[in-house]
Design a protein around this ligand. Structure first.
Ligand SMILES: *Cc1c(COP(=O)(O)O)cnc(C)c1O
Length: 356
């Protein structure tokens, strides 16, 4: 608290990211990064393009990257907005498109950055409870609202929403923006990108951080009708003209052009996930259906916080959420390599045995 803070600063509750411990030999399964490095074309592109250009500002429009993303999805470059991580893209979306008179809607259990942005930009919201099975039921969102946002698959549950349900929601909700945060869509859910031409109120958000192994580069993007994109650009150009540095633009462009590597690594992660779910289930865990690069699991006899602490003693880091109480029994575990998941399963086997 300081008398120099503005009024809004006093009201903020900042987002707390999962930790990045500075220890070697950790099995780090807590922040949904890829266990694989980015496409080798990314580092090649750095070597070829970077020297002797850093005295100049980067392209403020990220033209080459925007075009590469547009080409990948078969849309126009006027349908693409890029930012410094999808977190920044989301911040501009809240500011530019979700601040109206009526409260916006998002799930009660979801990406915990959404309520943080609402406080920052002073946007009223209503948290819509997930079903008993931790699913998003789109019918619960068919009511007056200032906008709707949810991740598909949802975080931290991993549960996907069917494209047919997204379409039903868009049909029932033509007059406010519907944002689908597809941070994890490449691991098995159905993308809504193909719907943007039909539904001008739809905005789809993606990131290079998860399925492209580039969390360290900070690149995300939104795809939607050009009027939505123009609104985002107005806010961005009133905030930071150069959100993407030259490395980010070069690296992300090289990444999106390497479809083979992308498909290879995300397929590996999906295969490891299925094996991990089977192994966890065999240990007695209940695992929610996941279409993401993480699983959400609880054990009927052992609480999530204790298991998380015991794994930590063995240098395995997973994520535990104390709130809301409904998810306190769970651990959120990022799908690592086969070897990392094997280490996790051995540790859990050991922990469960020594407890009975
Ligand atoms: C990881 C994540 C993001 C943020 O990704 P960045 O591009 O790294 O900022 C956005 N939404 C959800 C649901 C996420 O899990």
């Amino acid at each position: 608290m300081s008398r120099f803070w503005s009024a809004v600063t006093h009201t903020l509750t900042p987002y707390v990211p999962g930790e990045q411990p500075k220890l070697d030999n950790l099995v780090k399964l807590n922040t949904n990064e890829s266990p694989y490095p980015p496409s080798p074309r990314v580092t090649e592109a750095f070597h070829e393009n970077i020297p002797n250009q850093l005295q100049l500002y980067p392209d403020p429009q990220s033209t080459a990257l925007t075009q590469a993303i547009a080409d990948y999805y078969g849309v126009d470059s006027s349908n693409v907005f890029v930012g410094n991580g999808s977190d920044e893209v989301l911040a501009h979306i809240f500011h530019a498109l979700l601040k109206h008179d009526l409260p916006i809607l998002f799930p009660d259990i979801t990406y915990s950055f959404y309520p943080v942005y609402c406080r920052l930009y002073q946007i009223a919201y209503t948290a819509v409870p997930l079903t008993e099975d931790f699913e998003i039921r789109v019918d619960d969102y068919m009511r007056p609202n200032g906008g709707i946002i949810f991740p598909n698959p949802n975080a931290p549950t991993g549960c996907p929403v069917k494209l047919a349900d997204v379409i039903r929601l868009l049909q029932a909700n033509p007059d406010s923006v519907v944002v689908i945060d597809e941070a994890y869509v490449d691991f098995g859910a159905e993308s809504a990108v193909g719907l943007i031409k039909q539904y001008p109120q739809l905005l789809v958000v993606h990131t290079f951080s998860k399925s492209r192994g580039l969390a360290g580069l900070r690149v995300g993007y939104a795809i939607g009708d050009s009027e939505l994109i123009a609104g985002l650009t107005r806010v961005k150009d009133s905030f930071n003209s150069y959100p993407l540095d030259k490395l980010a633009q070069i690296g992300a462009t090289a990444s999106i052009q390497d479809k083979d590597y992308f498909d290879e690594t995300r397929t590996l992660i999906m295969q490891t996930r299925e094996k991990l779910i089977a192994d966890m289930t065999a240990l007695g865990f209940a695992v929610l259906p996941s279409a993401a690069n993480f699983i959400f699991a609880r054990h009927p006899q052992h609480d999530g916080e204790t298991l998380t602490a015991k794994l930590r003693e063995r240098s395995i880091i997973v994520r535990h959420f104390r709130n809301p109480a409904r998810i306190a029994p769970f651990m959120r575990i990022t799908v690592g390599t086969d070897e990392q998941c094997h280490t996790l399963i051995s540790a859990l086997t050991d922990i469960l045995q020594s407890n009975t």
